[in-house]
Design a protein around this ligand. Structure first.
Ligand SMILES: Cc1cc2nc3c(=O)[nH]c(=O)nc-3n(C[C@H](O)[C@H](O)[C@H](O)COP(=O)(O)OP(=O)(O)OC[C@H]3O[C@@H](n4cnc5c(N)ncnc54)[C@H](O)[C@@H]3O)c2cc1C
Length: 387
């Protein structure tokens, strides 16, 4: 279904689907009910080396490109699972390999590749400033050899299931910098040392199983050596991570879209009402066919963005468009699938309602549709900045 995959890329997808086969719908359903973390699944992926896809070989990883990493995420969602359990490790990884110091790479990457450490938490969003990231209120001040951090994050996913967290902080007040993107820094926080010593975590239940939390920072001390990149240049490092994130999320949406279409079409063929399969009615087939066309088109944009990213070329607009189109296509496929199932679409045993909730998130997070559109209007169309 995907354009021009190499034999190696096909084998990546096949191998990940094999791992996923041991984690069927019942597994995810049961976790969803308990809002529990898929530890066994993440362990199996780590054991197979899949979460080390982006880590350079010299640090124990597979040194794949973002395209291959995106195929891994896509396969998980296409199998009926949810790659959100572990995707943060993928997109934070490029931030460390590209912007981390030699010491940081040597210290963390081999442990992340082997699964000894998990970097699954990324603290960006704050309760008061939301999408207006450059206005973030969390402050870090260098005192001696430590940054002292005060502030709050919200919706920080998987922080309770991670050893490390990337934390976005302001190190120079916004009114003292030339550009509002300056003066922002990235810190790598050791969560075991931090909890109870200036960092408190409070779970925040959401309509889907993302293990989101509020994080309170009150005098948290982070060693200065845990600064990623230069002080004040964290926003630019973050942007690299965000393009990777957009491409990976687009791939998850494509995986979701394919799952909804496969599941919807199977039901449409099997369910007989008024003496014939419901899939024989155009009212059922056409929405599925339209969603299929949109998923495939989004897939092309994912390939385009990933290819640009892997060749080191600018890909901000393409990564954002891939995420936008794929999130819309998967949501369209989700609606068509649910409608095809009638009442049974709402029955938890069919997994449709769970996947429906999961894929709905991507209209809002990690970046909302409106914010992508405003970015495209400004950067691609030359319209005045609206945000
Ligand atoms: C399940 C879940 C998991 C998450 N995980 C993480 C995580 O791990 N780490 C993390 O940092 N964050 C995480 N988030 C947060 C997520 O990235 C934010 O919710 C998202 O970026 C939107 O920010 P907000 O909720 O503050 O919305 P707001 O910024 O308050 O926006 C609210 C609405 O207004 C719209 N809006 C705002 N400004 C404009 C404008 N200028 N023009 C047009 N429309 C506008 C937005 O598009 C949105 O629809 C998660 C969220 C959820 C729900």
């Amino acid at each position: 279904m995907t354009p021009s995959l190499t034999p190696e890329q096909r084998s990546i997808r096949r191998a990940v689907l094999e791992v996923c086969a041991d984690f069927p719908g019942e597994y995810w359903r049961e976790l969803d009910e308990r809002q529990a973390y898929p530890s066994e699944f993440v362990r199996a992926l780590t054991k197979g080396g899949w979460l080390a896809a982006l880590i350079p070989e010299r640090y124990g990883g597979a040194e794949m490109g973002i395209l291959e990493a995106s195929l891994i995420m896509e396969a998980i969602n296409a199998s009926g699972g949810n790659a959100a359990a572990c995707h943060a490790q993928m997109y934070t990884m490029d931030v460390i390999t590209r912007h981390g110091s030699q010491d940081q790479r040597r210290r963390y990457l081999p442990a992340l590749a082997s699964g000894q450490l998990r970097l699954q938490a990324f603290g960006v969003t704050e309760p008061t400033t939301g999408s207006d990231t450059t206005q973030l209120q969390t402050r870090a001040r260098l005192q001696g050899d430590r940054y002292v951090v005060h502030g709050q994050k919200v919706f920080t996913s998987r922080v309770e299931h991670s050893d490390l967290m990337l934390l976005l902080v302001r190190t120079t007040p916004a009114d003292e910098v030339a550009k509002k993107t300056d003066g922002i820094s990235l810190l790598l926080v050791d969560l075991h040392e931090a909890r109870g010593h200036g960092l408190e975590v409070r779970p925040l239940r959401t309509m889907l199983n993302h293990h989101t939390c509020e994080v309170f920072l009150d005098g948290l001390e982070v060693p200065a050596e845990n600064l990623i990149g230069r002080e004040g240049a964290g926003f630019r490092a973050l942007l690299d991570g965000l393009n990777a994130e957009r491409i990976l999320i687009a791939a998850e949406c494509i995986g979701d879209g394919d799952w909804f279409l496969k599941t919807g079409c199977r039901y449409a063929r099997e369910r007989v009402v008024f003496g014939r399969p419901i899939g024989q009615n155009q009212g059922i087939q056409l929405p599925l066919a339209l969603a299929h066309a949109h998923v495939r088109a989004a897939d092309l944009m994912r390939f385009h963005a990933a290819t640009l990213y892997d060749s080191g070329r600018p890909c901000g607009a393409q990564a954002n468009m891939a995420k936008l189109l794929a999130a819309d296509a998967s949501w369209e496929a989700a609606n068509a699938c649910l409608q095809t199932h009638g009442g049974f679409g709402f029955a938890t045993d069919y997994d449709v309602e769970r996947k429906f909730r999961e894929t709905r998130l991507y209209q809002v997070a990690p970046v909302s549709t409106n914010l992508i559109l405003t970015y495209l209007a400004e950067r691609e169309l030359g319209l005045p900045r609206s945000y």
